[in-house]
Design a protein around this ligand. Structure first.
Ligand code: FE2
Length: 392
């Protein structure tokens, strides 16, 4: 993987059609019209409905629409009761898991079977039903991506395929105004790490050509990642502590979306790989698992990315050190400060892990090829040395 021969000089960049701005959901009718959808299925969950967000989003829909309530986190046993009659498209409304359920519904409506038939990369045989995604949180970026996370026999698995990327996404900051602080903090921290990992990932020229479009950080993705990082870093705390602050909500909506577009093309890295390991072992929310994995992941990658972390720290205004080592350290410390300020957990121990979990953590992290291939430092067994320091 450290072969200095550039593997891919060619770049691709894929994104759904995007409408961004307060009131973007008013375009739902127009979006369905462009896709030729006359009988949509709305996929959401009870929480989104009970918060009153669903009614607000569907307000502009002139046609009757059947609603399918997905479980909070999709699993391969779901969707047996998916209505199929007279459905010609899907509108997914909700947080990341809801949007993932919408992608699965659009997949199963056309190709049948169950989600487990499609686990892995490039297992979707052709186009799925027309899909409009309306995110109601600012975090996962699922509305922009080609991936679904689905639980199968207790383990979180990925389904990645270009056919899963929504056709149209309506990013409306106004629908996030009522989001509770804890949800804002967790999902926003996810967006922060998406921006950071896609910005500082392995350069695309050193990532092998593969079916899935995680190509490594590249000239098309980096400007989006950088902008996303600045937007999220500059607004996340305000959005958490003052949820009705429209400027903060708008910045978070845009930042999290740009981060989703960027990472779905560039890929992520060790922080997400470690966090997925922690998530699988503890069942804790993704945002919390990222919170405890941020510093270990950054420390592990520091030898390969000191200059970049230093530049980011200076760019965000958290350090004025000329010396790269000190500036990079200041940036890592800023990650900790942000995490703490948001009330997110700060250690593996806080999530119930201890030194006895080290071997499993290393093993479960090293198998995540999808994430590790775009990490700036080649991840080997030595990641255990770093993890051990944080396991107490
Ligand atoms: Fe994430």
């Amino acid at each position: 993987m450290d072969d200095p021969t550039p593997a891919a000089a060619e770049l691709q960049f894929t994104t759904p059609d995007i409408t961004f701005g307060d009131g973007a959901t008013d375009r739902l009718d127009d979006a369905l019209g462009r896709l030729g959808v006359e009988r949509p299925l709305v996929v959401t969950d009870r929480g989104v409905d009970e918060a009153g967000v669903l009614d607000a989003v569907l307000d502009s829909l002139p046609m009757p629409a059947e609603t399918y309530y997905a479980t909070t986190e999709p699993s391969t046993g779901d969707f047996e009761d998916l209505p199929e009659q007279d459905i010609d498209g899907v509108v997914a409304v909700g947080g990341g898991s809801c949007l993932d359920s919408g992608k699965l519904a659009a997949l199963l409506l056309v190709h049948g079977g169950t989600p487990v038939d499609y686990v892995g990369v490039d297992a979707v045989p052709g186009p799925i039903a027309p899909l409009v995604a309306v995110p109601t949180t600012s975090g996962t970026g699922s509305q922009a991506t080609q991936t679904v996370v689905v639980t199968h026999e207790g383990i979180k698995r990925g389904i990645s395929d270009e056919y899963l990327r929504p056709d149209i996404t309506l990013v409306d900051p106004a629908v996030t105004i009522g989001l509770p602080p804890r949800v804002t903090a967790r999902s926003g921290f996810d967006a922060f790490v998406h921006a950071l990992e896609s910005l500082t990932g392995r350069d695309y020229r050193w990532v092998p050509d593969r079916a899935i479009t995680y190509q490594g950080a590249n000239p098309l993705s980096r400007p989006l990642s950088r902008r996303a990082l600045h937007l999220v870093h500059g607004s996340l705390e305000r959005a958490v502590f003052d949820g009705t602050n429209r400027d903060a909500r708008r910045a978070m909506s845009l930042g999290s979306h740009l981060a989703g577009v960027a990472f779905s093309n560039a890929g992520l890295g060790a922080i997400h790989a470690i966090a997925s390991t922690v998530g699988g072992m503890t069942g804790r929310p993704h945002g919390e698992c990222l919170a405890v994995s941020l510093r270990p992941g950054l420390e592990y990658n520091l030898p390969a990315r000191q200059r970049e972390y230093a530049a980011i720290g200076r760019g965000l205004g958290v350090t004025i050190h000329d010396d790269d080592e000190r500036a990079a350290r200041a940036f890592i410390d800023e990650g900790d400060r942000l995490r703490k300020s948001l009330g997110l957990p700060g250690s593996f121990a806080a999530l119930g892990l201890d030194a006895g979990d080290l071997d499993t953590m290393v093993k479960n992290t090293l198998v995540q090829e999808r994430r590790l291939v775009t990490n700036p430092r080649t991840v080997t067994e030595d990641v255990g040395d770093t993890l051990a320091r944080y396991l107490g």
